[in-house]
Design a binder for this molecule. Sequence first.
Ligand SMILES: C[S@@+](CC[C@H](N)C(=O)[O-])C[C@H]1O[C@@H](n2cnc3c(N)ncnc32)[C@H](O)[C@@H]1O
Length: 207
Amino acid sequence: MSENWNSVYQDRPYVEKNPYEGVIEFLKLLREKGKREVFDLGCGDGRHLVYLMREGFSASGMDYSLWGTLRTREWLNREGLQAELVCAEAANLPWPVERFDAVFSIQVIHHQRIEAIRQSFSEVKRVLRPGGYFYATMPAYPPLNWKTGLYEEIEEHTFIPLEGFEKDVPHYFFSQDELAEALSEFEMLDIKKESASHLSALVRKVL
Ligand SMILES: C[S@@+](CC[C@H](N)C(=O)[O-])C[C@H]1O[C@@H](n2cnc3c(N)ncnc32)[C@H](O)[C@@H]1O
């Protein structure tokens, strides 16, 4: 599936240059709590890694798209910034236990089937230090503006586009209750509908 995203990053570098509003808020919380080592799970072509470093955090990023990580590296280099950056899968994070103070993931984890999503949440918990924060966004169920016929529901709440650049890439849509349940190993701090089509959750790894 990473080839799908490679084609995006190859064809139009820097899909989005500005940080997501929720990440800006998340970094305010981290600063307030004295958290410094932050991991961007699914960094895409780098907008949040660059932002993290400009804001003075120690940043690590990961994406399964090689082109995404290459674009990210190019951008960091241009700005003279150094971040740890790897190409890997969300469900199998290449870091030791309790490596980070905080993790965030913007529109990434839902691009998997539910088993891999649950595994990804366990991985986040594993790499977080006790008391560490995790902020994530994902699409809300039911899907909005998904055209009938162009997508197939391959299992409950999992849709696969049959055409376009996301062809064959799973999209899992969470109800708020399901997302809360999937994150029940964490302490829930906030869960909400962030927009008409998206949910966000802010959780903490309990001590
Ligand atoms: C919608 S983009 C978001 C990128 C970035 N988080 C941002 O906000 O700019 C989704 C990203 O998730 C990555 N991705 C999707 N599934 C993944 C997986 N299983 N493991 C790692 N990265 C994944 C894609 O390569 C793509 O860069």
